[in-house]
Write a protein that binds this ligand. Structure first.
Ligand code: DX5
Ligand code: ZN
Length: 224
């Protein structure tokens, strides 16, 4: 079953706890937390204090996406604040194996993200060691951007490589995910859909999570 990871970047931060509870009522089992540093990406968002507050508020798995330079310097702080999944960018990590090992030592699931223009081949050596691969379907840095359709083929190729090599990492897609592309993405092999605007900007957060999960897990013919 594919899962939905609502991205709180699109939430109303003055009502964050309440909106997180609505997402949980819709069946969300995790929450996507986007940390941006104004350096790796051209935007600044949220970070460790928000992860700490969320950990006290909810039991949902905190899925932290680090769009930051030098993520190694912050892994311990994110993990001790309650992050259970920590995803770093391949483009930000010159010693990716060391970074992935450290995330696992800290007891979190280790994810590696790829920008849209970064080829899958850059992960060839690390794939056996990762718990998750995040395929970015927008250029990272902002919510509310349009989905890049080429991501669907990238997911399919990643799934094929997972099968050929007998690996079992999860495949996550992030950026512009909505009710129209949720089905095709999951049929291609996506296990976790990250969704910001299409969950928190709808006026019915719980209903939006349910709707996405429904599309994600419908058999292919029903999506036609
Ligand atoms: C973009 C972030 C995404 C963002 C997705 O750089 O990594 O997680 O919140 O937002 P939507 O779903 O609105 O594209
Ligand atoms: Zn993200």
């Amino acid at each position: 079953m594919a899962q939905i990871s609502p991205s709180i970047l699109a939430a109303d931060f003055a009502r964050l706890g309440e909106q997180v509870d609505e997402a949980a009522r819709g069946g969300a089992q995790m929450l996507h937390v986007d940390a941006m540093d104004g350096h790796f990406v051209p935007n600044i968002s949220i970070g460790i204090p928000v992860v700490k507050s969320l950990r006290r508020w909810t039991d949902l798995v905190l899925d932290c996406h680090l769009m930051i330079s030098n993520p190694d310097n912050y892994l311990d702080a994110f993990a001790s604040s309650g992050a259970r999944m920590l995803t770093v960018h391949q483009e930000a990590c010159p010693h990716l194996g060391r970074t992935v090992d450290r995330i696992k030592e800290l007891g979190a699931a280790a994810g590696v993200a790829l920008n849209p223009s970064t080829p899958l081949a850059t992960l060839e050596e690390i794939l056996p060691d990762v718990d998750l691969v995040l395929v970015m379907s927008v250029h990272p840095g902002f919510g509310g951007q349009s989905f890049l359709p080429s991501s669907i083929d990238k997911v399919a190729r990643l799934k094929a490589s997972r099968r050929q090599r007998g690996l079992n990492f999860r495949i996550q897609v992030d950026g512009g995910v909505n009710i129209d592309n949720a089905g095709p993405l999951c049929q291609a092999g996506c296990d976790i859909l990250v969704a910001g605007s299409s969950v928190f900007r709808t006026g019915n957060i719980a209903g939006a999570v349910r709707g996405l999960a429904d599309r994600a897990n419908r058999p292919a013919l029903a999506n036609a």
